[in-house]
Design a protein around this ligand. Sequence first.
Ligand SMILES: Nc1ncnc2c1ncn2[C@@H]1O[C@H](COP(=O)(O)OP(=O)(O)OP(=O)(O)O)[C@@H](O)[C@H]1O
Ligand SMILES: [Mg+2]
Length: 241
Amino acid sequence: MSILSVQNINLARGGLKILDNLSLEAQAGHVTSVIGPNGAGKTTIFNVISGFMRPDSGAVVYDGRNVTSMLPEKLCNMGLARTFQRVRGLPSLSVRDNIVVGALNRTSSVRQAKKEADALIEELDLGEYRDQSATSLSIGTRKIVEVARVLSTGPNVVLLDEVMGGLGPSEVNIMVEFIRKLPERGIAVLLVEHHMEAVMSVSDHIVVINRGRNLAEGTPTEVAQDPGVIEAYLGSEASNA
Ligand SMILES: Nc1ncnc2c1ncn2[C@@H]1O[C@H](COP(=O)(O)OP(=O)(O)OP(=O)(O)O)[C@@H](O)[C@H]1O
Ligand SMILES: [Mg+2]
């Protein structure tokens, strides 16, 4: 059974249909990626799943419960957490304290929260930035901190929205290795990412969307060979190749 089932979501704003009967599933122990061209609705579906936007119809079912339009904080406490495409975080706090705050979501022990923060700092190779304020970091490093912060909340489902944008090649490698290991902890990962090499190497399943609609889905190999996907997603890039 899927830990997260997103069923027939419709959402319009200002008379424009942004999500059109969109459905997807995420499984515990799997990385599911959502890909599609700019403006396809990827961030919007994340907003719906994580409670930041209310759909006009359709349902978000998490762990067997209908959680459609539940408040983001509540969902986070229930184990459904996300990153933001534009990094938020707490800029005045140090890297370590940003992560400690996340960990305090599930433990009231500051000592335990610090321990968990330090483990994530180690895993994501953030040691040299530990005491720096988040504002002093490059965008790439801030994205890695954002991932650590979200993971520190102890999620069952984690939604990662373009966490590799702005990362250098070695940082992408660290992130890919980290994401690859998340399913071992029983976490269901839902990933939105334009970095195709990373998507192909890390995903168990890929859902392709275009103009707010489901276009195709399957394994990375299946999706990469789908003519509809090649046309919609790779566009002129592919036809020029
Ligand atoms: N609150 C809103 N009001 C009106 N239009 C919106 C709103 N949020 C998103 N949109 C529009 O919905 C469409 C989908 O946007 P969304 O940000 O979900 O795309 P995306 O797939 O995440 O794109 P990208 O890859 O560029 O991040 C876009 O045309 C966007 O302009
Ligand atoms: Mg987006």
